[in-house]
Every structure is written in C-alpha cells, then in structure tokens.
Design a protein around this ligand. Sequence first.
Ligand code: ADP
Ligand code: MG
Length: 259
Amino acid sequence: MSDVSLSKDSPGEAAPAEDLVVLAGVNKHFGALHVLQDINLTIKRGEVVVVIGPSGSGKSTLCRTINRLETIDEGVITIDGSPLPAEGRELARLRADVGMVFQSFNLFAHRTVLQNVTLGPVKVRRVARAEAEERARELLDRVGVGNQADKYPAQLSGGQQQRVAIARALAMQPKVMLFDEPTSALDPEMINEVLEVMQQLAREGMTMVVVTHEMGFARSAANRVVFMADGRILEEAEPHQFFDNPRSDRAKDFLSKIL
Ligand code: ADP
Ligand code: MG
C-alpha cells in the first residue's frame, strides 16, 4: 500500500477543534417507534468508535442521521463545528465531509471501478478528471485492488467490491468515515481483507464510526465502544473495559450471545 495522505488539514490553518462529530439530544421516531432516544455522543478527531448492539437497536439509523440520510425530530448534529442543516447547499457540503460504507457495497453497477471512485470528486468536489483519476488509482492501490480499475463491480469478489467502496468514500476526502456492518455480507474468507484496510485507516488517524459484530476489530482498533439497545446508548467504554466488565444486563446478555 502506498502512503496517500488522508489529511485535509493544511499547515497554515488554525488547530482544528477536537470534537469532530457531536450529537446532542438527538431523538427520532419512525411513526410510533422511538428509534433514537436522547442520543448524546461526541466523536473526537482521530477517534475510532465501534457501535454494537442487538439487531433493531438503531445503529444504522444513528449512522444515517450523521450524514442526513435520515432527518431527526429533535436535537443537533454538528460536523466539525457546523450544525447540520435540514437541506440546501450547506448540507451537501457537510455531507461530503462524511464518507459512508454500507453492508451492501452500493457500487454503481454500470460504471467501472475507476469511474466509481472518480464520479464523486469530479461531480461534487469539482476536481479535474485527470487529477481525480490519479488519486483514484492511488487509493485503489492502497486498498489492494489497483489492478481491477477497468473492471465492473460484478466482476469483482465481495471483498474487492467493499474495498472499492472504501476507496470511493475516501476519494471525497471525508473528515469522518461511517461503516455500517461493512463485513456482514461477505463470505468469511473475505472479511479480513476488508478489516485490514479499516485497521490501516484507523492507524493513519482517520476518524471512524464503525457498526460491526467483529469483536476482534473492536478490541484492537476501537478507542471506544458504544453499546446501543432499544434506541438508547446504554454503555460507552474503552474496549477492554466493555468486553471484560460490561455493566448493564443488556450488554452482558448481548455479549454472551455473540462471543
Ligand atoms: P440496527 O441497525 O441496530 O439493526 P436500525 O437502525 O436499522 O437498527 O433499525 C432500528 C428500528 O427502526 C428497527 O425496529 C427498524 O425496523 C426500524 N426502522 C428502520 N428504518 C425504518 C424506516 N425507514 N421506517 C420505519 N422503521 C424503520
Ligand atoms: Mg443495521
């Protein structure tokens, strides 16, 4: 892997604030379902936060509110000091700061791997095509699929597709990356190649929110584990503390089922 810099901070700028993503008093309903209940969560620059919890606890909804794929009913979400507005140009700009990787890859099927990675920078960030392609090739090398650039997604394995999805998100030079169960749809032998890319990103200082059931990853890469159940954050702790000494019965019960 080459050492493409992911940092957007240029030397002349004032020191950036430590808190990169802040959710304050966030509530959301789906009809009668109170899917996010009084969520308060701060993610610091460079921090890796792993979110775990039973199915249906609101983990995906939480991720989707952070880049406004879902609206919220109450509360404030701030990205690098700017509150997320409901709509408009400012929302588009802030959303581009948040990279997202889904369980189902979501690559554009009728575009080549290279086009998948250059489309966002060219259309949204207004990067010149040649520059976008150069950077895309570097990122594809970096995630280990540099030799697949001219193929279509369907010609790649699931693990390769997910690594392209990561490269595509990184190409937008996001300030934070959200991963929603990025390895859950993969065959077992492909899980590690994706986790390794994520580990590498974490080591390089990328701010990451990762929903995953991969407890090995959580233990080795996370600064903090957030345990959700029924739309609430029930526990927040360092990985060793959470895994070795969960406080709530819900967390104990959950861990006994997955470990
Ligand atoms: P998790 O990712 O932890 O499994 P989700 O955030 O996907 O949980 O879902 C939380 C709850 O919200 C679930 O009960 C789910 O059925 C419900 N839900 C998710 N999306 C929608 C939606 N668009 N409309 C209605 N209910 C939804
Ligand atoms: Mg989910």
